[in-house]
Design a protein around this ligand. Structure first.
Ligand SMILES: CC(C)(COP(=O)(O)OP(=O)(O)OC[C@H]1O[C@@H](n2cnc3c(N)ncnc32)[C@H](O)[C@@H]1OP(=O)(O)O)[C@@H](O)C(=O)NCCC(=O)NCCS
Length: 195
């Protein structure tokens, strides 16, 4: 089963039609009409290779999944993942609904014991309605709470509480987002967020 999934994954990565879908989307499609159908088609393809995508998920071009057969990657509805995301698939990666994930974000689920170099794998969770800026690195075992904003270039080493605006290296909560919050998901749907 693992070998089959690996083969499917490799095929999926190489397929020219995946490149075509990526190019079409990158050319400016959105989650409406043909864009929504395109996103659904791509999500279906990704499901064959270990992703669990809910409805209206789009993973942009260049995504890399290490070890496609190891962990599991769950992406909630109406979530958009920017270009060249890196999913280190040693343990579960969970991204909630309505999130915007910027380009070049790295989800790391494995580290090494600093004395023995033994591998330690821990899941990563991103709560619903978060915005993760470009080029963020999320370390193993971290949970980012509901409705957080993580600034570009941050390295997230510890859990981030719900509703935080956090940034820096290491990433620290700087202030709280006042509620209620009115924001849009990747599909353009307006949501009202309360505690
Ligand atoms: C985190 C962010 C949302 C904060 O926005 P903001 O609250 O309007 O912040 P401000 O611009 O008022 O900056 C406040 C302070 O934080 C610092 N700061 C802001 N973003 C930072 C970041 N990502 N890393 C480190 N410091 C940051 C600013 O330098 C400023 O410091 P100062 O008070 O010493 O001058 C924004 O800066 C950011 O990183 N956006 C992500 C952009 C991105 O990734 N775009 C790709 C599309 S998904």
């Amino acid at each position: 089963m693992r070998t089959l999934r690996f083969l499917l994954f490799s095929l999926w990565l190489q397929k020219p039609w995946r490149l075509l879908l990526d190019m079409l989307w990158d050319a400016g499609m959105s989650f409406s009409g043909a864009g929504a159908r395109l996103a659904a088609l791509k999500a279906k393809g990704l499901s064959l290779s270990g992703f669990r995508c809910s409805r209206d998920v789009f993973v942009s071009s260049g995504a890399i999944v290490s070890l496609p057969t190891q962990g599991s990657i769950h992406i909630g509805p109406e979530t958009f993942v920017g270009r060249q995301a890196y999913f280190d698939n040693h343990a579960r990666i969970e991204i909630g609904e309505g999130c915007l994930i910027g380009g070049f974000v790295r989800f790391l689920t494995a580290t090494h014991d600093v004395e023995t170099f033994e591998l330690a794998c821990r899941p990563v969770r991103v709560g619903p309605f978060c915005w993760i800026g470009a080029n963020v690195t999320i370390l193993p075992g971290v949970t980012i709470g509901k409705g957080c904003i993580i600034g570009a270039g941050s390295v997230v080493t510890r859990d981030i509480p719900d509703w935080s605006i956090a940034y820096g290296v290491p990433c620290q909560p700087r202030r709280e987002r006042p509620r209620p919050i009115r924001q849009r998901t990747a599909t353009g749907r307006e949501v009202m967020l309360h505690d």
